[in-house]
Design a protein. Structure first.
Length: 290
């Protein structure tokens, strides 16, 4: 657990004209980005979860257009964004205190977002987060018992199956049979790669296309912006994690038109998720939304 009381002072639903993630207007008050326009911007969070020397928190703005979204960006811009994510992963991994780099996005006020400008974040943790640790332990146990990558086996099983949403020779998007959210989607390279920095050009291009595809399907599913959390699971800093397979996880909060999935007693109290839509049905509906 990280205690960061200074975050109580962070911006909370400011008027769009005072958005700190928009470009600094000519003759207007300075924002976090002191230029009149930008392509993609990265800067340190003014309200970080970690103190200097104990990790790093960065903000990544996808576009200067306040009313846009990640899914609305072109494949080319998303490809540039993937390179930014990979570059920041490499740089942050060099910090002596950093053990894990998580790239993520929270989208939608329903998720708890307080700044609606299209952006994500990068946390460089001084410890190994518990979710990642459990994932690594499961993958390591599978490799000891079966000699191969657990996630590679999952991808092989999902390829061209009823839970596949989209894919090509390089990457796949699918609803896993172990999904905990009604329209949860995983996106991964089909080759065994551990980090964003391992992606080749064709793989990064494919990942950008599928990322755009999934996000646009989400917004068409209920004809409204889908609130979601995106988390990129890549291998930790250091050696000994060759078994880990890079993948993106999307926890979509919508379960039906005008209805949200809330974590309540069973999920929060017992860790037992109850899913409202069968994974195969969710994948079919997302395919149809293409």
């Amino acid at each position: 657990m990280t205690v960061a009381p200074a975050r109580q002072e962070r911006s909370y639903h400011p008027d769009p004209a005072q958005c700190p993630l928009c470009p600094t207007p000519a003759g207007g008050p300075a924002t976090e980005i002191p230029v009149s326009d930008y392509h993609i911007a990265v800067f340190e969070n003014r309200f970080p979860a970690f103190a200097p020397g104990h990790g790093r928190c960065e903000v990544v703005c996808y576009t200067s257009d306040h009313a846009s979204s990640l899914g609305a960006q072109s494949v080319e811009r998303i490809r540039d964004l993937i390179e930014v994510w990979a570059d920041r992963t490499r740089e942050l991994s060099r910090l002596p205190e950093v053990r894990y780099v998580l790239v993520f996005e929270n989208r939608g006020e329903e998720i708890g977002v307080t700044l609606t400008h299209p952006h994500g974040q990068i946390y460089a943790y001084p410890f190994l987060p518990s979710v990642i640790d459990r994932e690594l332990r499961a993958g390591a146990r599978h490799r000891r018992l079966h000699g191969d990558c657990l996630y590679c086996r999952i991808i092989e099983r999902e390829w061209a199956g009823e839970r596949m949403v989209d894919g090509d020779q390089e990457c796949i998007a699918f609803v896993p049979d172990f999904a905990r959210w009604p329209f949860e989607v995983h996106l991964a390279p089909r080759s065994h790669l551990g980090s964003l920095s391992d992606l080749g050009e064709s793989q990064a291009q494919s990942l950008a296309r599928l990322l755009q595809s999934v996000l646009r399907r989400y917004d068409r599913l209920f004809d409204a912006p889908m609130p979601y959390v995106m988390a990129i699971h890549q291998r930790p800093v250091g050696r000994g994690y060759a078994h880990h397979h890079l993948h993106l996880e999307f926890y979509a909060a919508g379960r039906a038109r005008g209805k949200l999935k809330h974590l309540a007693g069973s999920e929060l109290g017992a860790g037992a998720f109850i899913v409202d839509v069968a994974p195969a049905a969710a994948a079919r509906r997302l395919r149809d939304a293409g």
